[in-house]
Ligand binder design. Structure first.
Ligand SMILES: [Zn+2]
Length: 167
């Protein structure tokens, strides 16, 4: 595989890992959110206490708070049921992408990695494809000399306009 292509696949694998991690973090956030909501409603119920028999407003407030608690518990139950499976498959997928990224990284030259990190200081996607003789990072056409160098595929070629590594 041409090194630029390998570099792109490595970058994409790293992006996947990031996305999977974000999804995992979101599950944790959602759990914390539900937990906070439950505590809030429980505190509200405690504060209302036992309304007196003639305290109609108090009785209504208590009934509403209890209903709210029931809903939160229902949501939590549903979330926990799904969470286990979701988390499991996310961890699985993270491990697969990590293996893939590690394998690709090990096969990349130090030079390629250095160039990648240098370009990445300025742009989020340091490796882009060439389509219709244009750089897919800045979408500007490449010069004839650039296209020739790119066709050779070696060494790595960067876009004159934006500096991205061309695949
Ligand atoms: Zn460009």
């Amino acid at each position: 595989m041409v090194e630029a292509r390998k570099l792109l696949e490595w970058h994409q694998a790293k992006e996947k890992i990031k996305a999977v991690q974000q999804a995992l973090d979101q599950l944790k956030e959602r759990e914390a959110e539900l937990e906070a909501k439950r505590r809030e409603v429980e505190a509200k119920i405690k504060q209302i206490g036992e309304p007196a028999d003639d305290d109609i407003d108090g009785k209504i407030a208590l009934a509403l708070a209890q209903q709210e608690l029931w809903l939160v518990n229902k949501d939590t139950e549903r979330f926990m049921e799904e969470r286990f499976e979701k988390e499991f498959s996310l961890h699985e997928s993270k491990r697969e992408w990590e293996d893939k990224a590690a394998g690709l990284e090990a096969s990349l030259s130090l030079k390629a990695l250095e160039l990648y990190y240098k370009v990445k200081e300025n742009v989020e996607n340091p490796v882009v494809e060439v389509r219709r003789r244009s750089c897919m990072g800045c979408f500007l056409p490449l010069s004839v000399a650039k296209m020739e160098a790119w066709h050779k595929g070696k060494p790595l070629v960067t876009c004159d306009e934006c500096g991205r590594i061309l695949v």
